[in-house]
Design a protein around this ligand. Sequence first.
Ligand code: C2E
Ligand code: CA
Ligand code: CA
Length: 871
Amino acid sequence: MPKNPSFPLIAPHPDAALARAVTTPAPAGPDMTLYEVLDRLGPSIFAGLLDTDGMLRYANQAALQAIGSTADQVLGRRFDTTPWWQACSLSQQRLQQALASALRGEASRFDARIATTSGATLSMDFSLLPLYGADGRVLWLIPSARDVSEREQAQHQLQLTRHAVEQASDALLQVGPDGALRDANRAACCLLGLDREQLLRLRVSDIDTQVDATQWPHRWRELCEQGSLRFETNVRHQEGHEIPADVSVSLVTSENETFAHVCLDDLRERRAAERRIRQLLQFDELTGLANRQLLYERLGATLQTSTETVVLLLEIDRFKRINDGLGPQIGDAVLREAAQRITATVRSIDLVARRGGDEFVVVMPTPSAPTLHTAQALLDAMARPMWIEGHEIYITCSIGIATAPGDGDLPDTLVRRANAALHQAKLQGRNQAAVYAGVPHDDDPERLALETALRHALHDEQFDLHYQPQVDLVHGRIVGVEALLRWQHPTLGRIAPDRFIPIAEETGLIFAIGDWVLCRAIEQAAAWQRAGLPSLRMSVNLSARQLLQPELGRRIEGLLAAADLNPKLFGVEVTESMLIANFDQAVQHLQALRALGVEVSLDDFGTGYSSLSYLRRLPVDVVKIDRSLVPDVTALAEDVSITRAIITMAHQLQMKVLAEGVESEGQAVLLAANQCDQMQGYWFSAAQPAAAVETMLREGRQIDPALFDRRSRQRTLLLVDDEENIVSALRRLLRNEGWLVLSATSAEQALQLLARHEVDVILSDQRMPGMTGVELLRRARRLYPDTLRLVLSGYTELQSITDAINEGAIYKFLAKPWDDEQLRAHLREAFALKEIADQNGRLNQELKVANRDLAALNGQLQTRLEAALRC
Ligand code: C2E
Ligand code: CA
Ligand code: CA
């Protein structure tokens, strides 16, 4: 080996930086050897010298350090057999080609994977340069390599981001300052029904129905001023229909360009769920009439505004006879026909409702004709023959009538009295109307007894409060309790609040009882705090009349101060009907309470008016979803989508959501998975006396948070097959894949498991007793849309399976008997796809959060700016 190749020997190679470094002596001085130059290239550049036989004659420090070898261990060896080249055979092959080229005088450059002692391989930009002697022959070869792992990673990241944007489930667009669309992902194309090329020929004004070309410059200016925008609009589908969308726009400024990044969130599903919620909550499915809930709401509102209101309660005589004799289908048709006849007989301003079964109610504000005339017209309308499915059917009905304010001024009282009158009409021989003619309360002796007992209850200390824990669905800890009134009567026994609270309301006893509840609950909460128990909020139910007391706010403030309880640890629960009856005043009182720091919860959401647009106007911190809307794990997907829609909407209005009446672990997990914030219900604990709650708090009782931890977890596969031996065979086959494998032998069991675990991939048999695999996967798709679902079956019921594949319920159909390797490959592919989808989901989420944070920040800035300008 030449000890010191002298510079004059080496002629410059035209494009080689390294060759230039060699021929142009470094500032270190004329004595510097080629080796010194190579050593000074820096820690991330490997360089060396080869002779024309490909033997390594020198390697710089950086290169030696990377493989932890001394010069002696590698010098003199053929370069392609040295440790650097043992990581990747493809790189080694390329090196051999490069060596051959270099001998012919050609420089080579390629990306190589090079081994290091740390066990990692580095991606390097590798060059091999020939160095010439004075005679023009190649004398030496100089290998050099630069670490480009970071560049590669960045490229990979870029690709991933591109892929994520392309695959994102939200429609994403890029818009230039001129309003022209410059890029669109697949979801955007799909949403608008256009392919990418068509879309890129359009402008914002072609798709946004609320912006025309002349308004665009204004919109762009607004975006430039605020940095981001968020609004709802309708976008136009290629086929002409409009799609409601939530739009988040942010301004992106990179080195040399500015554009808008637009995210379109399709609101159709949410709107449909909202419509469905309204429909389900307010209307009777069979007849389309108002249901019981809406009846009470409207009746309450009517009683507030009209001076006289008539309630007619109408029952079909001996309806059971029709149902039993002709079948329920005909029975249903009779009810529909009756509904139509009643509606056609009364005025359009009158409300017709179905109270249940064969009972209808007509509410007539300020009647324009004598009530008995209307009642007679209804009797006549019903008595006309009905033609239904070839049967000629005759029915009659009986009617009870009560009138406000004479017979009462609360919905419940009026309906009850109309019912008493109806009873009278039936006693008198049916097919007639009767007017309520009693003195208050003589219609129900039991009620009268309760009222008398109630008058003594407070004085005789028969009341007590029990407390039901409210639990947070993120950490699983108790964050509050709801105080629930208990009445233990010495002879009548325990009486449920649902029975005595309405009487207390009607008689005005509620003022004293409600005040007792407030005092007791606040004292108890303060005592727990003094005892050093964890902070928790005490919530108290307010009654309608209590809420309207002008001094309520001051009373609560005084009680909190006297007990030295932080108002943040106190809350009140009110229902929508209470607010609707006297909106302005109720809202004012609640606002005053909130100003103190008291939390306001909207109780029983979903059973009353539940107007979603109305909710926006209510001063409410927490929406309590009524237990009738808390879905179970085996619930129909629609129920879940209603709950989810309520949660999403409440969150958008910055309200928390608490689900009531949670009776199983599955419900709790399903709610947590759907972002519900808190829950209460028998599953965690029923209402308990103070001492029992205190014990719970001392013991730190909580829900195991692992139940909700759906992030850091193993990839999970769910196998479903009713044949146990198939399940075991599959388990054996997949033993070494590193997946958590759950198994179920029925669809029912599978749904339970899905509620409790976050499952990535489901592999289900098709033919099972109870529910088929396709059905199960359909349901799984709607409950847990992110799962990847495969069917493994020997039985090909072609139509249902192709349908399921087409509608997206099934990702793949695999045939039994299976090939082990193929099955494993399919499952691995499914997991890989799920991984990408999850990553997209996360990126999407981050993008959304970033957009929203930006919008919020801008809003704050704007407010400050305006305030500053005003000063
Ligand atoms: P609410 O405010 O909706 O209270 C929740 C009711 O659901 C309570 O019934 C509670 O015991 C019950 N519950 C809790 N968890 C579950 C569960 O998992 N499953 C089922 N099926 N039920 C569950 P409760 O104690 O009989 O109270 C009935 C209603 O009486 C309350 O309904 C509330 O409207 C009223 N009420 C109770 N205490 C008071 C009070 O102090 N003042 C006023 N104004 N009303 C009260
Ligand atoms: Ca409540
Ligand atoms: Ca409730």
